[in-house]
Structures are given as C-alpha cells and as structure tokens.
Design a binder for this molecule. Structure first.
Ligand code: ALA
Length: 511
C-alpha cells in the first residue's frame, strides 16, 4: 500500500549533501544545543510542583526513573542520527524505517514536543518573572507587583474532583476548561487576560532565530553557561542548608487519590518531571548544520543528557533537603533560597532560571521549523515551509509560523496543560524511534552506523530499543486520561490532513 512507501537512505544522504544550510556547528556547540534544550522549566518550575503535589522527597526517585527512560531513548536517537544525519529527526528516521504514514504521524506528533513544548516553556517564564520580582521586593523592601491579569493564562483545564481555585466549596464533577481567575487583592478574584510576557518573549526569540543559526548558537552558548553556573550554585551552596529531617517521610503516605504520594505519586512525579529531560533529541534536528554529524551528533545527544541527569538528581536531593516538601513553591529553586533567608541568591537563581528557560525556548523553536522544512521538502506540507532564506540561511517561513503559533498558545494556556501535551507527544516519538532502530537493524543491517548501541546484536539492536519503547509507552499511560485523549484527537486531526493533502502531494507519490 502506498502509505507504506519509504524513502531510501541514499536519497536522504543526497538531500543532506545538497542542503542549503550552513555547516557551522561543532561537537561542543551540539552539546550546548542539547543542554540548552534540556535544562529549563522542568527543573526550575515542575520539580517543585511534582515534589509538593505528587512524590514528596521521593521526587529524586521520579527523576531517576524519568532519566532512565530518557537514556534508553537517547541511545536510539544517537544510533539513528549517526546513520541518517538530516534535520528531520524522528520524522526522517521513520520515513526510512517504517514508511510515509508513520513518518507523517511522527512529524505531526513532533509539533507537540517542539511547538507546544515551546509554548509551555514560554508560559513558565512568567513564574520566574514573579520570583525575580518577589526576591527584589525582599531585598529592597519594595511592594511593587506585576498586574497578575497580564501574567496568567485566560484558559485553564481542571480535572474531575478538583476544587475551583477561587471557590474551594465547588468541586468539579467532570474535567473541564474554565475561564481562569487571578487574585488581585485578598479574596478578590478577577478574570485573567493573557500571559503577556510569554507572548512577547516568544516573538523576540522568533526574531533572533530569523537572524541565523550561528547568531543563535552564540547567544545560546552564553545562556547555557549562565544556567549551568546557576544550577551548580544551587547544588554547592544548597548542600550546606540541607536539613536531613526534611527527608522523613521519604515516601509520604498515599492519600488514596491516584498520583498523590506513595508509589503512584512517584510514577506520576516521573511523568511530570520527564518534561525536564526533553530536549536532547533537538540535537538531531540541526544535523545538517553540523560540521561532522556522524561523529558529533551522538556526542551531542548522549553528552548533553548525561550532564543534565547528574545535575537533576543532585538538585532534587538538595531542594527536598532545604525545604519541607509540603512548602516547596512553584519556582522551587529560587524560593528555597528565599525561605532560607538568602534572597540575593534567590534573585540570582531566578534570573539564571529565566535565562535558562530562554535558551530552551530558542532550542525548541530551532527544532520545529527544521521538521516543517523537512516535511515540506517531501511534499507532505505546503512548499513554502521548505524555503530557506538567502540572508539568514534559516527556514524563515517555517520559523515565523512556528513563532506565531507558539506565541498564541503560550499566551492562552497554562504551563501544566501544555507540559502534559508535550510530554505525551515526546514519549510517543520516543516509542516510534525505538521501533525504528529495531526495524532498521533487521531490514538494513549494513547501513553505516558511526554510533551503534553496544553489546551483541540481540541486546543492542533489539533488547535496549524494545525496553525503551516499553518504558516510554508505559509513562504515556501514567499521565492523565484527559491529556492522552487530547493527544489522540490531535493525531486524528493529523491523519485527516495527511489523507487530504500529504498523501496526494508526497514527492514519492508524484515521482
Ligand atoms: N526540558 C525542557 C525544560 O525543562 C523542555 O524546559
């Protein structure tokens, strides 16, 4: 059947050789692209939410679980990126391994990771701005605050059984979208207008991306160094403020509600903080801008994830030791220093977090247009998305479209809503990439692989990728059902678009 038509590796390699991208990025730049894409809203904002609401101090175990799942997937990405070094990432791998329909599904799904993920991160920037402002007020004795109506999403989703934040006597019988309200004075709640900083900062990021990849990489390198220093500062200074009494109980007793403490809390914590690991795969989207992709992509992918995994585990040990888990705030890292009487450090950490989120936003917004560009080049998307600008050497139309959609989503929806969609979308891509590895080991055993998952063939070619698919798939189903359903609806919409557009315009079909 023609929906299973596949691309040849040789055609992909010719495509990469004829690419109009500038090959500027070194192995070091690629590790930075990875770290730039990884450390962000997950560690700075979601750690706090997950520890307080789901896992308690055992959030460290959640980080270990999510890190394990991500490491398995990173090996699969590294193997495929070293043998198919083109910018389409999971989409391109799947086009060769399984065929067009599966590739379209992955490409459409990746919009959740990159475009919706970018919106989640942009939306979390407001939390960091709030933390900067509160630390500043503590230091200066000031009382100035931003108008919360312009700092919050106007739409929220509440699960069945949740209380309305502005009216604790009302418990929702079923999950629902609601118009959000914010507290402007004690017990005075008014409707939120939009997340204005998210909208504006996303448009600024779009402008920078249009200037070109090397310019973006230079800014990114500065951002990455800043956030790494801040994370190390949290670990080193925070270590001296650990009170081991905060580790008891290590796994708080379950409240009886699924995902609230106990074992199920650790698992839901893992699904929540999985967001923190997303981003290493964005290294494979800049394959065509890398000087030596076969060698450097695996270094970038595995190197960046390893650095971040170690840092995350240490940060979560420190933060849960500094503050009793019930009192951890959303901007957890800066707030931990604020409550320990160190507002100056709290301020530095909040500013570092802000910069960190900025770099994640840039990285996710680098990835999406390159996937659009790849899909458009294959005829599955409108041809305008394949154009590369002569001045910046970037896919400018795809970049502008990404920027506008990301900005709108970030202005309208809150971080947890967007974060769940992103995590499920990414996990789905991980499942398919793991399957790609197994299929290609079987169908194309002689494909040159500069990086190969080690061990005997049954282990590296099948056991590790199989385990990776199983673990990522399991994490999908530990998320909320409403989020899984939304992803299913998104994928169904994608299928309809493929049948009416991509199927007919595909270059493979019209050849
Ligand atoms: N891992 C990225 C973050 O935490 C997406 O912001």
């Amino acid at each position: 059947m023609s929906v299973f038509r596949k691309k040849e590796v040789s055609s992909i390699q010719t495509e990469a050789e004829n690419s109009k991208y500038k090959r500027d990025l070194t192995a070091f730049d690629l590790i930075n692209v990875g770290v730039g894409g990884i450390i962000g809203a997950g560690i700075f904002v979601l750690t706090g939410i997950a520890a307080r609401d789901h896992a308690g101090p055992a959030i460290v175990i959640s980080y270990l679980i999510a890190g394990f799942v991500s490491s398995l997937a990173s090996l699969c990405y590294a193997e495929l990126a070293s043998s198919i070094p083109v910018s389409g990432s999971a989409y391109a791998f799947t086009y060769i391994a399984i065929g067009e329909l599966a590739a379209w599904i992955v490409g459409w799904d990746l919009m959740l990771e990159y475009l919706v993920g970018g919106a989640a991160v942009a939306s979390a920037l407001s939390n960091l701005i709030g933390s900067i402002q509160s630390n500043m007020n503590k230091l200066t004795g000031g009382t100035w605050v931003f108008d919360p109506r312009y700092m919050n999403a106007p739409l929220i989703w509440l699960e069945a059984g949740s209380e309305l934040p502005w009216d604790s006597s009302t418990v929702l019988e079923s999950g629902s979208f609601l118009l959000n309200k914010v507290e402007i004075a004690k017990d005075e709640w008014v409707g939120a207008y939009c997340n204005a900083p998210a909208f504006i900062l996303t448009l600024c990021a779009t402008y920078l991306l249009l200037k070109g990849i090397k310019e973006t990489a230079s800014v990114n390198n500065i951002f990455v160094i800043t956030k790494l220093l801040v994370v190390v500062l949290v670990i080193v200074v925070g270590f001296f403020y650990i009170d081991t009494a905060n580790y008891t109980p290590y796994v708080p007793e379950s409240t009886g509600q699924y995902g609230k403490f106990g074992f199920s809390g650790i698992i839901v914590g893992a699904t929540t903080v999985f967001f923190a690991y997303i981003g290493f795969d964005s290294v494979s989207t800049v394959a065509q801008e890398s000087k030596n992709p076969g060698r450097d992509l695996p270094i970038g992918i595995i190197g960046s994830l390893s650095v971040c995994t170690v840092l995350y585990i240490l940060v979560s040990v420190v933060i849960t030791g500094m503050v009793p888990y019930q009192e951890i705030e959303e901007a957890a890292l800066s707030a931990a220093f604020e409550v320990n009487g160190l507002p100056a450090l709290g301020l530095i950490i909040a500013v570092g977090g802000f910069v960190g989120l900025g770099s994640v936003l840039l990285n996710l917004m680098i990835g999406q247009p390159r996937i659009f560009q790849s899909m458009a080049g294959d005829g599955l998307f409108a041809p305008a998305f394949a154009k590369i600008s002569k001045t910046g050497g970037t896919p400018h139309i795809a970049t502008m479209t990404t920027g506008i959609f990301t900005a709108i989503c970030s202005a309208l929806f809150p971080v947890d809503f967007l974060g769940h969609l992103t995590s499920i979308g990414t996990l789905l891509a991980f499942v398919i990439v793991s399957i790609d590895v197994m299929i290609l080991r079987y169908t194309q055993p002689d494909l040159p692989r500069k990086f190969k998952i080690g061990g005997p063939e049954w282990f590296g070619g099948y056991f590790i990728p199989g385990l990776s698919a199983l673990c990522s798939g399991t994490l999908i189903f530990t998320s909320t059902w409403s989020a899984v359903l939304r992803v299913a609806i998104w994928m169904a919409l994608g299928l309809v678009i493929y049948l009416f557009y991509g199927y007919r315009h595909s270059k493979l079909a019209t050849k």
